[in-house]
Design a binder for this molecule. Structure first.
Ligand SMILES: [Zn+2]
Length: 471
């Protein structure tokens, strides 16, 4: 499947399908298109398609009508049009009726929408579905290549995130995640450092290792770095992703129903690796570091037990009251490790709490942190790219729920405000830099018939990095 950009006027081409994007003010002039446009307006719809037999040169013709120059509205329309495009072989898109702003929004939204529509994860099936769509050609006199590059990079990052997320836990192990990250970094010409269990031990990341100790697969610490800033020593943005490749809950074992979905507990890791690859592909003028602590959370004779007290990398002791609240234990050490980069900002991404699904459902991810400016930037980027995100408070009163009788902290704060107390726990390890935490437990994957990773929040993270690099 390829996209191409043509600067010339669109001429009818044999065999290809035609999609004309118009607005309320600009209707297509050719007779068949204008007839279709009238049907569209009569029915008060924004998308219509018909097999056009009169002209013989066009297999199918579709009209999409943009009512306002707003990314959310354009994205919705692009997703409808992408479902039609998916069934075609080659699609020519006439963008001549749009102004520059709408054209660029369309190209970004439609490219991503088509990529999402044709995405499939069937490498484990004997017969894979064949794709009919092979090419999309954009016809516009406006400069659209930047939007197209951005869209393709975003799609690459999202697809990488989805592939890693959808891969089963017997394939996508900590070692696999590390090897894949390293391979991608090598292909992109940037540096990757993979740290083994012994090195992690030397760093004093005992909370991280405590989670991994019940598994026969060793923990790995992944570090990717990219220097794109004009000033070499510019402070980097650090993205930290939770990489639990399978979360059984440990000794605090989860119930059996839906447990297969715990392969998705590394979607935070997948999203930061995907975002990193996209940012490098776009050669963004920023310095960027990705840190992924990755391991399995398994029950075993030597597994971490409720009541155990462990000492984290920054010296705080933690009483483990529930071994299923393991994400924060691997993240707290990774967040302490992030300090050595003297970061401009640290954003951690994690499928952290079921409570986040109760609070925000599967629509928005939660954002919390210690720096309102950083949160505002993330919220703005989320809104601009329509990767819905909502802030939850981090009032210090919540810290009360983390007080332990026997250690500096306990790893759970009870049922009330579970997403917030998880973030409150992490806040003890992020005091020395601007920090935001994204809880993607509700948005990283879908359950049911359409089970699969969503690729979120790659759009948000990439948009944030782009906006940051432009400011
Ligand atoms: Zn867990």
């Amino acid at each position: 499947m390829e996209f191409s950009i043509k600067a010339e006027q669109l001429q009818p081409q044999h065999g290809a399908s035609l999609l004309i994007i118009c607005t309320d003010q600009s209707a297509p002039q050719s007779i068949p298109a204008n007839t279709l446009y009238k049907q569209l307006t009569d029915k008060e719809k924004d998308f219509i398609a018909a097999d056009f037999l009169q002209t013989e040169q066009i297999q199918s013709m579709a009209i999409a009508k943009i009512s306002e120059d707003d990314y959310v509205a354009i994205q919705k329309l692009a997703q409808t049009a992408a479902k039609w495009a998916k069934e075609q072989v080659e699609v020519n898109i006439d963008l001549s009726l749009l102004d520059e702003s709408s054209v660029n929004k369309w190209v970004l939204a439609f490219t991503v929408a088509v990529g999402e529509a044709i995405y499939q994860f069937d490498s484990y099936k004997k017969i894979s579905t064949t794709q009919s769509l092979v090419r999309v050609n954009y016809y516009s006199s406006h400069a659209i290549s930047e939007s197209q590059h951005k869209a393709e990079a975003m799609l690459y990052g999202m697809n990488l995130c989805k592939d890693l997320g959808n891969s089963p836990a017997n394939i996508c192990t900590p070692t696999y995640l590390a090897t894949t990250a390293k391979k991608i970094a090598t292909e992109l010409g940037v540096s990757a450092k993979i740290m083994s269990k012994e090195e992690i031990k030397q760093l004093g990341m005992n909370a991280f290792l405590a989670v991994a100790q019940g598994s026969t697969t060793d923990a790995q610490l992944i570090e990717l770095s990219y220097q794109g800033a004009a000033v070499t020593n510019e402070k980097p943005i650090v993205l930290v992703g939770k990489g639990i490749t399978f979360d059984s809950g440990g000794i605090s074992l989860k119930p059996g129903a839906g447990m297969d979905e715990m392969k998705y507990d590394m979607c935070g890791a997948a999203s930061v690796i995907g975002t990193f690859a996209a940012a490098v592909k776009l050669k963004l003028p920023i310095n960027l570091v990705v840190i992924v602590p990755t391991c399995e959370n398994m029950p075993a004779g030597n597994a971490l037990k409720p009541g155990d007290i462990i000492k984290s990398m920054n010296g705080l002791s933690i009483e483990v009251l529930n071994t299923d609240a393991e994400g924060r234990l691997i993240l707290c050490d990774a967040l302490s490790y992030a300090e050595r980069f003297q970061p401009a900002a640290v954003i951690d991404v994690a499928t952290l709490t079921g409570a986040c699904i109760i609070a925000l459902g599967h629509v928005a991810q939660g954002v919390l942190g210690n720096n309102q400016n950083l949160i505002d930037q993330l919220m703005k980027a989320a809104q601009n790219i329509n990767d819905k995100t909502w802030q939850l408070p981090l009032f210090e009163e919540y810290n009360e729920q983390l007080k332990s009788n026997f250690a500096d902290l306990q790893n759970i704060g009870g049922r009330p405000a579970g997403t917030i107390t998880a973030a409150a726990f992490l806040s003890y390890f992020t005091e020395n830099y601007p920090w935001a935490h994204l809880d993607i437990a509700g948005t990283a994957w879908k359950s049911g018939n359409n089970k699969g990773a969503t690729g979120r929040p790659v759009p948000l993270l990439l948009q944030y990095l782009i906006e940051r690099s432009e400011s």
